[in-house]
Design a protein around this ligand. Structure first.
Ligand code: ZN
Length: 267
């Protein structure tokens, strides 16, 4: 399916340089020239560009998304290097967002990369979401994941939620107002969230598949994961999918949903 485009969206054609650069992904069953052009004229937000979001951002940049906004706080530490592939031993101690953005720019100068050096607040998440065509939530906490879910619903922008723990990864794609949102799936976030240990391979695999979903949505290629939960069990080498149903009483996407919050908890 092809998602609706924003009226203000550019429709710039591919340059000869871009046609050459992306030649090995343009062809039957992958991207058409029109699909690659749509990708070029699209923007994506990846919030948290660590173990999952880093590979997701990298895949989007390499594929030729036009504009990418990344959000991540803090400085790189040695324990990050089992999974955060946008960092390196040379950048330990450096602010993640700025250096990860530089790393992405070095992979494809044809892509515009913006970065913010902290996790978005409610208000920022909504503002950022209104500037893009797809949101990738690669955040480690339910609080952040649900914040991005609310922002995507309020802005009418598709959301890809990627999560991981241990050797397991999950993906959910939300088409706002049409398919189940993250709150439909998780009415009550767990009281305790296990973040570590995690092996980089499952984080990277989950992030890469999140990017693939975004590329499909942006380019109009294939069938997006909308309305399904994809669980990847790395322990047993299995994966399965569940069809999701919207919750009639969902406080985020149901009839009682309020407009997105505009808090100013943090700048
Ligand atoms: Zn919902």
């Amino acid at each position: 399916m092809t998602h609706a485009r924003k009226p203000s969206m550019s429709t710039a054609a591919l340059s000869p340089e871009e046609l050459t650069r992306y030649a090995r992904q343009i062809g039957p069953g992958v991207l058409s020239v029109a699909g690659q052009t749509r990708l070029k004229n699209s923007a994506a937000l990846v919030s948290r560009v660590g173990g999952m979001g880093g590979p997701a951002a990298l895949a989007l940049v390499m594929a030729g998304v036009g504009r990418l906004i990344i959000a991540h706080g803090g400085r790189l530490i040695a324990p990050d290097l089992n999974r955060q592939l946008l960092g390196s031993e040379r950048t330990i101690g450096q602010p993640r967002a700025a250096h990860f953005a530089d790393s992405l720019r070095s992979m494809n100068r044809l892509v515009t990369v913006e970065s913010i050096d902290h996790e978005p607040t409610d208000r920022e998440a909504l503002e950022l979401t209104r500037r893009v065509d797809v949101v990738l939530s690669c955040a480690p906490t339910f609080e952040e994941r649900l914040r991005l879910n609310s922002a995507a619903l309020a802005a009418g922008v598709p959301l890809i939620d990627a999560a991981q723990w241990g050797l397991t990864g999950t993906l959910v794609a939300v088409d706002p107002g049409r398919t189940a949102c993250l709150r439909c799936l998780y009415p009550q976030p767990p009281e305790f969230e296990e973040m570590f240990p995690v092996i980089g391979a499952i984080a990277m695999a989950t992030g890469a598949m999140a990017a693939l979903e975004a590329i499909k949505i942006l380019s109009g290629t294939g069938t997006p994961l909308f309305g399904r939960l994809w669980m990847i069990d790395g322990h047993r080498g299995l994966s399965r999918q569940l069809d999701l149903q919207r919750a009639a009483d969902c406080p985020c996407c149901g009839p009682s949903a309020r407009p997105a919050a505009t808090d100013s908890r943090r700048p």
